[in-house]
Design a protein around this ligand. Structure first.
Ligand SMILES: *Cc1c(COP(=O)(O)O)cnc(C)c1O
Length: 384
């Protein structure tokens, strides 16, 4: 057994896929100290840069002082205390759904949703680039896992036709894809779902706080009433931690009763719920911030495309710069660090083989000079 572990680790290193965690002073800040150098942080998902805003920090501190450090147990055991009620009501109101359930992480939310709704007799249709937690949820559910080519609606239609006699069908998709920054074709997904009688689940982890006035891609497209389960996180643009699912009362009630990743775990601590309430309030007061961020990202993307970089089909704040080779992408990451920029260095299995990339997550708090510095630093990689 030990021999195998050692051998596997050596293999991972030889393929340029070894992961280590560099020491940094903090993760979400606009600047981080890494290797003794101050770097502009384009690697985090704190897209709106709100994790240190007074609105969040003050509400978090107040909840901590009032209720202490722990929630004590799963809410199924101790009951729901008022803070959770407030957050779930606020979120349902924001999403304009009947009901909402807060879960500990986005990863667990996807496990809870998929394992409660799907079982051995269900066919789950899932985009090939969906988040790992969706894939794991499907595996854990024991459902038939039917993967369609990324954003290929003709392929999805073909597979739905093939399985039309399977009674239980679910289509699940990221709304904004985490490593490509492109958007799902929700309009066509909803049309196909209605045609074939499938439930729909949209993971809005990267769209929450940004698209549709912060309510997500479904809202931006006017499709929010036609998606069955809306999942999103507080951990990315909202600058905090945790996740939610929103939908009609029956479906949320069902997941509350069946979702093991909700039932068998201690609920989030008060400080996190306080921060989430603060983040939601901040978002309501700043509905256009997502739009402004997208404009900033567009400037970067257009400049990089003009310089000949492949940014896949990105149309959001997430900009991949496709490099391909696992070693070259690490070199490119190091060169950017030398220019004072921390970018995500993303390799398989997070992305398909041969598509290693830098992942730039553009932040709202970048000023014009910093935007230009990012553009010129990436451009210089061409000559490296
Ligand atoms: C990050 C992410 C998750 C997981 O959310 P966490 O709160 O970080 O666990 C789920 N789905 C997608 C698409 C994500 O990008």
């Amino acid at each position: 057994m030990r021999e195998k572990l050692k051998h596997e680790l050596e293999k991972i290193k030889a393929e340029g896929l070894y992961r280590s965690l560099p020491d940094i002073d903090e993760g979400a800040g606009k600047y981080i100290i890494s290797g003794g150098k101050c770097l502009l942080n384009l690697a985090s998902n704190n897209y709106l840069g709100i994790s240190k805003k007074k609105e969040l920090v003050d509400e978090s501190a107040a909840a901590l002082k009032a209720f202490g450090c722990s929630s004590g147990a799963s809410r199924v055991v101790t009951g729901n205390f008022s803070l959770y009620n407030s957050l779930e009501k606020e979120m349902a109101d924001f999403k304009e759904t009947e009901s909402c359930l807060v879960l500990n992480t986005g990863f667990m939310a996807n496990l809870a949703v998929i394992t409660s709704l799907a079982g051995r007799h269900t066919a789950v249709f899932s985009d090939k680039l969906n988040h790992a937690s969706i894939i794991d949820g499907i595996k854990l559910s024991g459902a038939r896992h039917i993967r369609y080519r990324h954003n290929d609606m003709a392929h999805l239609a073909e597979l739905l036709e093939q399985y039309k006699d399977t009674e239980e069908k679910i289509i699940v998709t990221d709304s904004v894809f985490s490593m490509d920054g492109d958007r799902a074709d929700l309009a066509e997904i909803v049309r196909l779902a209605e045609k074939y009688g499938a439930l729909t689940v949209a993971d809005e982890a990267h769209a929450t706080g940004i698209l549709g006035g912060g309510r997500g891609l479904a809202r931006e497209l006017g499709l929010e009433k036609r998606i069955d389960v809306h999942m999103g996180t507080f951990s990315k643009a909202l600058g905090s931690f945790g996740a939610y699912i929103a939908g009609d009362a029956e479906i949320i009630d069902y997941i509350r009763n069946k979702g093991r990743a909700f039932i068998f775990t201690t609920s989030l601590p008060p400080a996190v719920i306080g921060a989430n309430l603060g983040a939601l309030k901040w978002l309501r007061d700043n509905p256009s911030c997502g739009h402004r961020l997208l404009e900033k990202a567009k400037t970067v993307r257009i400049a990089l495309n003009e310089a000949g970089f492949d940014t896949a089909d990105s149309s959001t704040q997430i900009i991949p710069v496709i490099i391909g080779d696992n070693f070259k992408v690490q070199q490119a990451g190091t060169l950017l660090e030398e220019a004072g920029i921390k970018a995500g260095v993303i390799r398989p299995p997070t992305v398909p083989d041969g598509t290693a990339r830098l992942r730039l997550s553009v932040r709202l708090d970048l000023n014009d000079e910093e935007v230009q510095h990012v553009i010129s630093s990436v451009r210089r990689l061409k000559n490296a």
